[in-house]
Every structure is written in structure tokens, then in C-alpha cells.
Design a protein around this ligand. Structure first.
Ligand code: ARG
Length: 461
């Protein structure tokens, strides 16, 4: 690469070429080249609009579009020579266009700056990612619904403080996970609205003197609206921060689920099995089957949280308008999107493959006095005040702890020691099935409610 080539995009003002280290240090092409398709799409729309505005002739427009499409093919076939000397994806493509079609290539940048170009490219790129992620979230949600329907009546202990609290149905637990991702998907859709606005036309910072038709470019690129202020449009990356925030929140949800999956697959819980294809072994301990997928998802949450903080910090002290700082927006954003996609995919594949150990779950719910609240509610229905009922059941539980018996395993006369309001019908509420079926209102754990929630949720998807 000669010096004239090196500085061809701003060479006029410069008397010496860029220091080799500085050139590599300031370049972004190694990572921003992944936006090549969006960059070319934006350039084609820009050239199309310029011709309609009379800034380019139709022949110039056609040469530019043909050249850009050829370059796209070169990139996709791996034939394109990316050059760090040309700094970024935008200048690499533009320089190649001029190589191919000559002086007309140099007209593409009329009425545009890399500042509005890059902001447009990132938004186009992120919009594509959002649409893909939306599909993965939907796939995961369908997985939750399928499993919840199958396990609507499967009983497990529900926990608070990770101590056995009350029996719940496994289907109900899965629907709690469904709700988390449902909200994440809403946040994604909301974020998309603000991503889908077009900076192009803002030029470097103040707009341009050419008679551009922003509405036309907007339409060609499928943006909902144009950004209203050129200074803001080239400089703010709040849309990327918003995406990282929802990605971090979604990862946090996946991480909570991962934590439960790791616990449930342990020898101590044994609530579920994960098929071997989602696990790995140990090179030293032959008996090991490790839940690597959920563990990794839990671990990857940290990097997405990190990317969110990186972008917030990147933005916080920037004066208007564009600053080179913003070149640092891409790697965190790219990695946040890649990580979220990978984790959602792993979960969407894994969830339908969960094999519950129903007997073990049920047995765990039977231990730990999970129906103590049901006994208290029973006493309230017999006319005892709730606080007194709480006290009575507390004593019964203490007796159960000392005699190593669950409430349902005590005889009627044993239970009557604590209250003579207790009758034969108490055993209906002390059973696990009785306990879960009694919580039969919208949002409750009863199998009937789980089935209703599944069909309601299917409508939503
Ligand atoms: N590579 C730059 C970025 O990622 C493109 C915009 C550069 N603009 C400029 N005036 N240096 O932000």
C-alpha cells in the first residue's frame, strides 16, 4: 500500500502518513467488517436517493449499485482484501468501489459522512439481530409451554429461602420461567422501536447542503422514522445500551434457570435428568456427568453485564456530537448479541429435552412439611383465627420433627392432640394433590390453572 493510497480518503490535508502503530490502533475493520451487508445496503439506498434528488445521474447510480453488489459477492466468497490501512468497513468498501468503477465511486459519499453511515449501519445490524433473537425467544417460550402442559400435574416442592415451602406443580414452575422470557421479549420489541430510526442524512453532525430526500432513504431501508436531530443521531448510542440492558436482564433470567437446573441434576436433588448431549464428563472422575450448558450460560451472564457497563461508561462523558470513543461501541454490542443468541439457542434446544424424575420430586415435596399452610387454612375454615391456627400447626410440625413423621403420616388422634377441631376430612388437605388443586385461581399452581395458562399463553405467541 503506497502513501497516496493510504491517505486517499483524507490525504489532502496531511503531509505525512499515519504512524504504523497508530494506524492499527485506530482501525476497526477487524471487527466492523461484520456489518458489510448493512453498509452496502445503506450505500445502495443512499445512491438511489441521490439520483432521485438529481445529485447523481442514473448512469452513476447504476454503476455504483452494480459495483457494490459485486463487492458484496467478493466479500461473501472470501475474495475481498480487507486493509487495516483503510481503517474501517466503510472506507474499505468505498476504496474498492473506486478501484472498480473509477471516479464515480468517489461520488457515493456525497451528502454523507462516516458518522451518519456508521450509526445507520449499527442500527440496521442490530435490527437484524433483534429479529433473530425474537425468534429464539419465541422458540424457547414454546418449549416451556410444551413441557408445562406435559407436567401440569407433576408435584414438586416449591421453595422460599431454598427451604421447602409449599407443594407446587412442575408445570407452574416452568410457567414462571415462561413469564420471565415473555417480559424479555416485550422489552426486545420495545427496544426495536427506538433502534429502527434512521441517522442517515445527518452527515458529519449538522446535516448537508445537498437536496437529500431523507424520507426516501428511510423508506428504502425500512426504518420507521428518521432521527429528528442530526447532532443526536450521529452521537448517541443509547439504543445499543438499551439492547445490552435487556440482554443482561434476559441473561439474568437464564442464569437463574441455570442455577435451578444445576441443583436439580445433582445427586442431592435428582429432580431431573438432562440428556447426555447437553452434558460433558470429567477426564478424571468416571462417574461425572456435568451440566455444562446451564453452568456456562450462568457464567456468560457476567460478560453481558460487563458489556452493559462498558457501553454506559463509554457514553457518559461524551460531548456532542460524534467522538472516536464511539468506535468502542461495536465489540461489546456484538458480543452481547452473540452471547444472548447462543444462550437462547442452547436453552430452546435443551428445555424440551428435560426428563423429570416425577417420583423423586413428589417424595421431596412430601418431606419438609410442605402442607403445613394447608393445615392452618383448614383450621381457619373451622373457625380458628389464622394466628392461632399458625401456632397449632407449628406445634404439630415440632411433633413431626421429633417423631420423624410428615403431617400426612400422623394418625387422626395424633393430630387431634393439637386441636379438637381436626376431623377425618383433614387428610384431604394434607395430601399433595389436595394442596395444589386447592390453589385454583388465575396465577395459582393447580393443574387446571396450569393447563389454562398454557392455552392462554399459546394465544399470545
Ligand atoms: N470506524 C468509525 C466508528 O466505528 C467510523 C466513524 C468514523 N468517523 C470519523 N470521523 N472518524 O465509529
Amino acid at each position: 500500500m503506497t502513501d497516496t493510497q493510504q491517505n486517499q480518503l483524507w490525504g489532502g490535508r496531511f503531509t505525512e502518513s499515519t504512524d504504523a502503530f497508530v494506524q492499527a490502533f485506530t482501525a476497526s475493520v477487524n471487527f466492523d467488517k461484520r456489518m458489510y451487508a448493512q453498509d452496502i445496503r445503506g450505500s445502495i439506498a443512499h445512491a438511489t436517493m441521490l439520483a432521485e434528488a438529481g445529485v447523481l445521474t442514473d448512469a452513476e447510480r447504476d454503476a455504483i449499485i452494480e459495483g457494490l453488489n459485486t463487492i458484496k459477492g467478493e466479500i461473501e466468497r472470501g475474495e475481498f482484501q480487507w486493509s487495516v490501512a483503510l481503517e474501517d468497513v466503510h472506507m474499505n468498501i468505498e476504496a474498492r468501489l473506486t478501484d472498480r468503477i473509477g471516479i464515480t465511486g468517489k461520488k457515493l459519499h456525497t451528502g454523507r459522512s462516516r458518522n451518519d453511515q456508521v450509526a445507520t449501519d449499527i442500527r440496521l445490524w442490530l435490527r437484524d439481530e433483534i429479529d433473530f433473537i425474537d425468534g429464539e425467544m419465541k422458540r424457547l417460550m414454546e418449549g416451556f409451554l410444551g413441557l408445562a402442559e406435559r407436567e401440569a400435574a407433576t408435584i414438586m416442592p416449591g421453595f422460599t429461602h431454598l427451604q421447602t415451602a409449599q407443594p407446587v406443580t412442575f408445570g407452574h414452575h416452568l410457567l414462571a420461567w415462561f413469564e420471565m422470557i415473555r417480559r424479555d421479549r416485550e422489552r426486545l420489541a420495545d427496544c426495536r422501536k427506538r433502534v429502527n430510526r434512521m441517522p442517515l442524512g445527518s452527515a458529519a453532525l449538522a446535516g448537508t447542503t445537498y437536496p437529500i430526500i431523507r424520507e426516501r432513504t428511510r423508506e428504502l431501508l425500512g426504518f420507521d422514522e428518521v432521527c429528528f436531530n442530526s447532532l443526536d443521531a450521529v452521537s448517541d448510542r443509547d439504543f445499543a445500551i438499551e439492547f445490552c440492558a435487556l440482554a443482561a436482564l434476559c441473561m439474568t433470567h437464564l442464569s437463574r434457570m441455570s442455577e435451578e437446573l444445576v441443583l436439580w441434576t445433582s445427586a442431592q436433588f435428582q429432580f431431573i435428568n438432562l440428556p447426555d448431549r447437553f452434558c460433558t464428563g470429567s477426564s478424571i472422575m468416571p462417574q461425572k456427568k456435568n451440566p455444562d450448558v446451564p453452568e456456562l450460560v450462568r457464567g456468560k451472564t457476567g460478560r453481558v453485564n460487563g458489556h452493559l457497563i462498558a457501553l454506559l461508561t463509554l457514553m457518559k462523558s461524551q460531548p456532542l456530537a460524534y467522538n472516536k470513543d464511539n468506535q468502542e461501541d461495536k465489540e461489546p454490542l456484538f458480543d452481547a448479541a452473540d452471547t444472548l443468541k447462543g444462550c437462547l439457542r442452547a436453552f430452546a434446544d435443551m428445555i424440551p429435552a428435560i426428563e423429570p424424575n416425577r417420583e423423586i420430586m413428589r417424595e421431596a415435596a412430601r418431606r419438609g412439611f410442605a402442607t403445613a399452610t394447608d393445615l392452618a387454612d383448614y383450621l381457619v375454615r373451622k373457625g380458628i383465627a389464622f394466628r392461632d391456627a399458625h401456632e397449632i400447626v407449628g406445634k404439630a410440625v415440632a411433633h413431626g420433627v421429633a417423631s420423624k413423621k410428615d403431617l400426612a403420616d400422623m394418625s387422626l388422634s395424633e393430630l387431634q392432640q393439637f386441636s379438637n377441631e381436626i376431623g377425618e376430612d383433614v387428610f384431604d388437605v394434607l395430601t399433595l394433590e389436595g394442596s395444589v388443586s386447592a390453589r385454583n385461581h388465575i396465577g395459582g399452581t393447580a393443574p387446571e390453572q396450569v393447563r389454562a395458562a398454557v392455552s392462554r399463553s399459546r394465544q399470545l405467541l
